[in-house]
Write a new protein. Structure first.
Length: 135
């Protein structure tokens, strides 16, 4: 029963890190399970309505961060008008540093006019942030 529900309404545990649901979402989004270096894994998903949005925050080593970036085909660093759109699709969470990310240029992949992927990695603190949404 739980597996059937998971396929229809994927659970995200935004209020608690490192849950089985969050680890499963990590695997689905990044294409591999989180390794031992991944901790403090938070994720949020909103799949209701005509658009969807997802936010991930976690700590990892630089190798994992590079692997994720490669798996998502995120390659460019740019600050443009899509960052204004980003703020409209960000859901405030205690673990999501709005002001830090607003001041830091993300790496990104734009999948056309309606598919957005943003990636930040801070090697000094090992924190990684991923935000994706579609319109």
């Amino acid at each position: 029963k739980e597996a059937a529900v998971d396929k229809i309404f994927r659970p995200f545990d935004a209020g608690k890190p490192d849950t089985d649901h969050n680890k499963k979402r990590f695997s689905e989004f990044f294409g591999f399970p989180p390794g031992n270096d991944v901790d403090s894994l938070y994720c949020f998903g909103d799949e209701m309505g005509i658009d969807s949005k997802y936010q991930f925050a976690f700590r990892c080593n630089a190798e994992t961060a590079a692997r994720i970036k490669d798996s998502l085909n995120i390659y460019a660093t740019a600050r443009d008008t899509t960052n204004e759109i980003l703020t409209l699709f960000t859901v405030t969470q205690s673990w999501w540093p709005d002001s830090l990310l607003a001041e830091t240029e993300p790496d990104l992949r734009l999948g056309g006019a309606s598919d957005f992927h943003y990636w930040w990695y801070f090697p000094k603190t090992r924190w990684a942030y991923y935000h994706t949404f579609d319109l």
